[in-house]
Ligand binder design. Structure first.
Ligand SMILES: Nc1nc2c(ncn2[C@@H]2O[C@H](COP(=O)(O)OP(=O)(O)OP(=O)(O)O)[C@@H](O)[C@H]2O)c(=O)[nH]1
Length: 373
């Protein structure tokens, strides 16, 4: 029940950065509501002597604190509620000091202001201005001596000094805490983004990886209301081992990077996805109008790769080739990523077996017409 109350019925969790603000609003509003109810009973029974201002303050306090609790539970925006709660806190604390100026205890209640103000506003700048304003208002309360508590100037100076020290010290601690909290949250967020990017991409080429491939395929298979085909092209560089052995691994890495850029240059529509699925193996998911457009794209891809210049130290330029497997299917629900990968992989291996530098379509084994290179 307690947890349900401070989270506004499960609206926030401990891992959520807004958990602190939400729970502070609920705890303060709850405590404030109980305190104002108590004051209302005491004021209306004349325990402190009759005062319209006090009764009005108590009623306003109950209305505002209940409003915060109900508003948060009803799903009101957290940022807006935090600002409103801060405003209510400022006004009520000040009203309490004015309405009960005869009691030193009541005048010191506003000293609690800086801590919740910094947390609610989540801004060192705004909360510092709020604290300075509160200090000035309390000076005014003391100087005007509304309740007649402060007998002489020494008592006034004493009060002003106590208020200044207490508020300034609290504000400094809160500002430090808030700054380090904000820095930690920003650091965690950027770490989370970096990890999410790294887990989805290949570090060498920056392309999406096998993990993302599975996600993209399952998303594509759920896609509806699209009359274009689903096409998957699996590509493998021919004799890459020999390339590495001849030019060295760093040259091999560079070739992979250049090839990744070349593939991205050709498949550059918003809905295209280019993956590095393994060592020298790439995958492309695209949405052609029909099979002939898919075949055209496969032809173009092999041509682009064959036209890539490969620097050969001390010798003539060499050219590389690649083999591919193409899978086309009608849009709508279909097999999982494993099956799609396997079918295209089988087609790609048939392209290797039958001479390389070509593509083969999955299922019907149609060959690229222009033969080997
Ligand atoms: N430079 C570099 N080489 C890699 C990387 N990942 C895998 N390789 C190399 O890719 C080569 C793949 O060799 P194989 O599987 O025999 O294939 P292949 O030589 O291309 O022969 P075919 O595919 O049959 O045409 C191996 O030499 C791997 O070391 C990489 O990230 N960088």
């Amino acid at each position: 029940m307690w947890k349900d109350f401070i989270t506004s019925g499960g609206r926030s969790t401990l891992e959520d950065p807004d958990f602190l603000r939400l729970s502070i609003m609920n705890v303060m509003a709850g405590a404030g509501c109980v305190a104002f109810l108590l004051f209302l009973v005491l004021d209306s029974t004349g325990s402190f002597g009759w005062s319209t201002l006090r009764i009005a303050t108590d009623l306003l306090g109950i209305a505002l604190t209940l409003g915060v609790i109900v508003g948060l539970r009803a799903g009101a925006p957290l940022g807006v509620m935090a600002k409103l709660s801060h405003l209510a806190l400022f006004v009520l604390l000040l009203l309490l000091a004015v309405a009960r100026g005869e009691s030193v205890l009541a005048v010191t209640i506003p000293l609690i202001y800086p801590a919740p103000a910094y947390l609610l506003l989540d801004s060192v700048y705004r909360a510092s201005i709020g604290t300075a304003l509160m200090v000035l208002c309390l000076y005014a309360v003391i100087l005007t001596n509304t309740g007649g508590f402060f007998e002489d100037m020494v008592a006034v100076l004493d009060g002003a000094l106590s208020i200044t020290l207490a508020m300034a010290f609290q504000a400094a601690v809160m500002a430090l805490y808030l700054r380090s909290r904000q820095q930690s949250i920003a650091w965690l967020k950027s770490l989370k983004d970096t990890l999410a990017f790294q887990s989805a991409h290949d570090p060498l080429t920056g392309l999406q990886n096998r993990y993302t491939f599975d996600e993209v395929i399952s998303r594509e298979m759920r896609r509806r209301s699209d009359d274009r085909l689903f096409a998957f092209l699996m590509l493998d560089i021919d004799s890459f081992k020999a390339y590495n052995d001849t030019f060295g691994h760093p040259e091999g890495d560079e070739l992979l990077q250049r090839l990744a850029k070349a593939v991205q240059g050709l498949f550059n529509r918003a809905e295209d996805h280019v993956f590095r699925l393994g060592g020298e193996e790439f995958g492309i998911v695209f949405r052609p109008r029909d099979r002939s457009e898919a075949a055209l794209m496969a032809d173009r891809l092999l041509e682009v790769i064959e036209s890539m210049e490969v620097p050969s130290p001390g010798g003539p330029h060499r050219h590389i080739t690649a083999s591919a497997g193409l899978l086309c299917r009608a849009p709508g629900p279909g097999p999982d990523s494993e099956t799609i990968y396997r079918l295209a992989d089988q087609a790609m291996y048939r392209a290797k077996e039958t001479g390389r530098a070509r593509w083969v379509e999955a299922n019907d084994e149609k060959r690229k017409n222009d033969g080997t290179h």
